[in-house]
Structure formats: C-alpha cells, structure tokens
Design a protein around this ligand. Structure first.
Ligand code: SAH
Length: 216
C-alpha cells in the first residue's frame, strides 16, 4: 500500500481543482490532501484516482466524486468530536474524510460484500469508524441522536427515522430524487426542533435501496 511523492503531488493538484470549484473549508481540503484515494480503487485504475470524478468500486457501486464529498462535508460544518451518522459506507473514502475532520463516525452499508471489505481495509489505513451492515433507511436508533447525518446515496424521499435521529441544532445532508439526478438537500434542525430545508443543486448518486429491494 504505497503512497509515493507522485501520489501526494497529484493530490495537491486535486485539492487546488476542488478549491477552484468553490470549496473553502481548509479542514476538508486538508483531509483530501492527506487521504491516499488511490488505495480505495483497484490497482488497475490508479491513474483515475486523482481526477475529480466518481468511479466504479464493484458490486455496482461507486466511490463519490471528490468535489461531491468535499461539498457535503463542508456543509456539515464538522466540529471535533461531532457524532456523525453516514449512510452508504461504500469504499470508505467519505468516512475517512469525516474522520480526518475530527468526527466520530457511525457508518452503515447495505451490501455485505462492500461492508466486509471496508471493515478490513479502513483500519489498515488507520481509520476506525463504527461499522454497521444494515439498512440506512432505519439509521441507528440505539446510537442516536447524531450531531450530523450524511446520506451518500440518492434517497427517494427523506426518511422520517433519520430526521428523528438528528439532534436539535444538527445538520443533515441528503441527495433526494428517484431518477439518475438528485437534489442535494440540507436540513437544519433548530434547538426547538423546527426543520429548515434548503436545496443546493443537482448531483448524481447511486440509488438508496430499501430492504425489500435488496433482499430480493
Ligand atoms: N460514501 C461512499 C459512496 C458510496 S456509493 C464512498 O465515499 O465511497 C453509495 C453506497 O450506498 C453504496 O455502497 C450502496 O451500497 C449504499 N447504499 C444504498 N442503499 C443503502 C441503504 N439503504 N443503506 C445503507 N447503504 C446503502
């Protein structure tokens, strides 16, 4: 698992590209500069690791585009020690970004194959979130409430159970939409429990699938 000067140099260029696209949170940019994204892709695809694009990671799933990861993370305004629930562990790249920003991460993946793989891989890089194999629509009621909730797959609607698990004063980022394109949605819960919803533009994610769809 080599991380060479060439890889580090490519990451610097990627960070500048993302900065030019409008990301300003230095914590997030530093996380992207630190994480060896090439190790999250198959060896064969190393040359794509530092392009600002999503990529296939097997089992029909993708590692999100670095800009998208940065955009969602920046909007969550992560503070050291924040308890964050992530839906869709996938490759674990977004999980690593949250950890680098100082969050305590609880991450759920519904595909056994990916879940098993990432459980082994992330700790090898020194990243240790709390891993769960299960259905993100349900969240993790036993560990709630969370300061922040991050959904990294396209949700057909905003799951009520996730809203319930968001702390007053908390923020949830969730791409909402049933087709190929979703509307990035930021939900802020006020101290007295009021929800404020903002739409932040269109993004593309793999679909968030419910239990019925994936047990078939
Ligand atoms: N954050 C990931 C992106 C993964 S793509 C990364 O940085 O690599 C979205 C992931 O969400 C896929 O792995 C998919 O299997 C998972 N997913 C889809 N529906 C889900 C659900 N209901 N619960 C948990 N994970 C789900």
């Amino acid at each position: 698992m080599e991380d060479s000067y060439r890889h580090k140099g490519l990451r610097k260029i990627l960070v500048e590209e993302i900065r030019n696209k409008g990301i300003t949170d230095e914590k997030v940019l530093k996380a992207i500069a630190n994480i060896p994204r090439h190790l999250f892709l198959h060896d064969m695809f190393v040359k794509f690791a530092y392009a600002d694009q999503a990529f296939q990671i097997g089992a029909g799933q993708t590692i999100s585009q670095p800009y998208t990861v940065a955009f969602q993370t920046e909007h969550l305004q992560i503070k050291k020690g924040d308890k964050v629930l992530e839906i869709g562990t996938g490759s674990g790249y977004q999980t690593a970004v949250l950890l680098e920003c100082g969050a305590k991460v609880f991450t759920i993946e519904r595909q056994k194959l990916l879940s098993d793989k990432v459980k082994k891989f992330l700790p090898e890089l020194g990243y240790s979130p709390n891993f769960f194999y299960g259905d993100g629509f349900k969240g993790l009621p036993a560990y709630a409430p969370f300061d922040k909730i991050l959904v990294t797959c396209g949700a057909p609607f905003i799951p009520e159970m996730l809203l319930d698990q968001l702390k007053p004063g908390g923020i949830m980022m969730i791409p909402v939409g049933e087709g190929d394109v979703q509307e990035m949605t930021k939900i802020s819960k006020s101290i007295d429990g009021q929800l404020d919803t903002k739409k932040l533009g269109q993004f593309r994610f793999v679909p968030m699938l419910g239990e019925k769809e994936w047990k078939q």
